[in-house]
Ligand binder design. Structure first.
Ligand code: SAM
Length: 253
């Protein structure tokens, strides 16, 4: 069943109004019409089964049949703070795969060893590009929420670690603590994962991260590419603390 995102203001009582590029996709590409069913999410965690009632070239109107349980979103809120890779396609992959894995937020950061140099204009364009990839991946994975892709920040501007966050810095030089032990801490509801770019973190960046509450963890003896490390760490967090590998929730899919 095809899945679309609207904003809360497009939902009035039990009716949904779809506008913009999705209208053409629904009416011309998918050739859907009145009585056909789709699922719609409002981007804030609510998901609905909707029956189309009217389609025109500009707008598609639907009748909400029922709210679909929120089981599609993870119980763990995961933020990935990702050193910006050299090639934008690598970040495209990280955004797409982490969206499928249920991530909440991605904060791209510039570190001492990031190679890419971005003007403000280019940085804004990259953020738009990655936000669009997150939307498409959220549609494809039928999520109820679209992850937020934040503005590119400097390492020094990283958000503070809250006391109830499990903040991890996967670091290839860490040889005493594996991610498994740390992941099995109980009652974790928010995980923050900090991944370096291709050149990794400098020692002073690791020291700074530890100072503000990040725990260094190993992802094993092999050196993972930056895009592999981010996706793997998010998947491990979801598996240990979230819903990856949990019984599939029947959500009228
Ligand atoms: N310094 C690395 C090297 O020796 O080639 C390069 C960094 S690695 C390509 C990019 C990032 O992935 C690292 O900053 C780290 O966050 C993460 N990473 C890769 N392999 C890891 C491992 N085995 N354990 C923990 N983190 C790892």
């Amino acid at each position: 069943m095809n899945h679309f995102f609207v904003t809360p203001k497009d939902i009035r009582e039990d009716q949904v109004l779809i506008t913009g590029s999705d209208v053409g996709h629904i009416t011309r590409s998918l050739r859907l019409s009145a009585k056909d069913k789709i699922t719609v999410a409002d981007g804030e965690g609510n998901k609905y089964l909707v029956e189309l009632i009217r389609t025109t070239n500009e707008v598609v109107e639907g009748q909400i049949i029922e709210e679909i349980e929120r089981k599609v979103e993870s119980t763990v809120e995961i933020t990935l703070i990702q050193g910006v890779p050299k090639r934008k396609k690598k970040m495209d992959l990280i955004v797409q795969k982490c969206t499928e894995l249920g991530i909440d937020k991605i904060i791209p950061i510039i570190t001492e060893r990031t190679v890419v140099k971005l003007t403000d204009k280019k940085a804004n364009k990259r953020q738009d590009r990655w936000q669009k990839i997150a939307l498409e991946a959220a549609k494809q994975s039928r999520r109820a929420k679209v992850p937020t892709i934040a503005k590119i920040k400097d390492f020094a501007q990283m958000p503070a670690v809250a006391s109830d966050d499990l903040a991890l810095i996967p670091w290839e030089d860490e040889d005493t603590t594996g991610i498994k032990e740390v992941m099995q801490e109980q009652n974790v509801s928010k995980v923050v994962i900090l991944i370096g770019p291709e050149g990794g973190f400098s020692q002073s960046e690791v020291n700074q991260a530890k100072k503000i509450g990040f725990k260094p963890v190993s992802l094993g003896a092999r050196i993972l590419r930056t895009e592999t490390a981010g996706i793997t760490a998010v998947a491990l967090a979801q598996y240990e603390l979230g819903d990856l590998g949990a019984m599939k929730q029947l959500i009228n899919s």
